[in-house]
Design a protein around this ligand. Sequence first.
Ligand code: HEM
Length: 426
Amino acid sequence: MTTLAHDEINLSDLGFWSLPRRERQAAFAALRAREHPAFFPELKLPFIKNGAGYYALVRHADVVGASRNPEVFSSEPCSNSIADLPPYLAKYFGSMINMDDPRHAKIRRIVSRAFTPRVLAKLETDLQTTATQIVDDLRQTGPGDFVTQVAARLPVQVICDMMGIPAAVRPMVYNRTNIILGIGDPEYSGGHRFAEHGITRSSVLYGLAQGLSAGYELNHLAMKLARRRRRDPGDDLVSALVTANIDGESLTDQEIGSFFILLVAAGNETTRNAMAHGLHLLTRNPDQRALLLDDFEARIPGTVEEIVRMATPVIQFRRTLTRDHEMNGHEYKAGDKVLLFYNSANRDEAVFDNPDTFDITRSPNPHVGFGGPGPHFCLGANLARREITVMFRELFTRVPDLRSTGRPDRLYSNFINGIKHLPCTF
Ligand code: HEM
């Protein structure tokens, strides 16, 4: 393994994100050891209004401190992109994740009831039926790719059921959310891999066009479902969005469309990766696997948390300083950007003993894989936990020899720690 020297670490260099996992982890360990957060100039992208750069918050205390202080560390104008989204993209991707309270809280409240453990308990039978079907199919088809045969199927089905999205358009939804969160990866976006071909005007233009067209199509679907639900409301989330009344006001079409896109993308692109990382972690750590199978019901909650810590399916989100502020000994200026690197916080040796060890009995496990404590803490955390639990219970009961074989085929991204394919056997 080569270890990057301090001055060689550049988180803005897209090539960094295709380095082997251990090299990236060593780089983050070196960044955590610095007295102050490192500042990285932003990658200059044609057609995009770039800022000067950002501080990388890599320690657990900094990620938690910024998350719980949203008045100073704001999610506006943008938390899901390092550069501010141009208006034509913000229209589709600028939902509540990019808003501060009170507007954020009001919008979140419209759907939050659907994600409480009590309401989710009612989904359990549906989850179980889908998981059973997936394992039936796996046993019939035989070993192959764990991601496409198993991990990808449950999350898309569940979120589409919750949204009332008809079966016929679900493959389109899956494909378009893959494009949105895999814009630099040729398999998902069809474009050139930025790291190999460099940032060119044509590769950026192509990526923007892909993102825009995926956003347009999902928005179009949202508008169609919204029209239907206005006439004939049901108990799905699109009905909740169209009938919502916030201080006498309804959501605008743009708010409905971007909320719809946020929910389908977040519901789809995260839990899938947690499951794939989970199988790989359990395969590489046979002692932990044996421990889990020895008492599945008692140990699955700890296993899920440890998978989310080790995998950290969402690598980072951004915050922007609303005023000058000192945190953990560093002075930030109004307008500074910071990136909250959850992957690094989750391996912070100041908080986790042996952070690189997969330990399903770890307790406490204050990971920030679902975000730090604060208003934007993952809305779908309970849903994701249920999905992983039900899927793994079904798999390890009926296909107990299931294992990954070979290396995961990783998504090329500085945002989603994705696995596109994972060979498996049983
Ligand atoms: C293992 C799976 C998942 C991981 C690792 C994950 C991770 C995260 C993270 C890190 C955030 C924090 C964003 C921030 O602080 O700015 C977040 C927010 C969010 N997540 Fe998840 N997520 C997962 C599953 C889901 C699922 C299944 C849904 C279902 C719809 C979902 C919906 C959301 C939404 C809507 C937000 C924005 C909340 C807000 O702005 O108030 N997530 N997620």
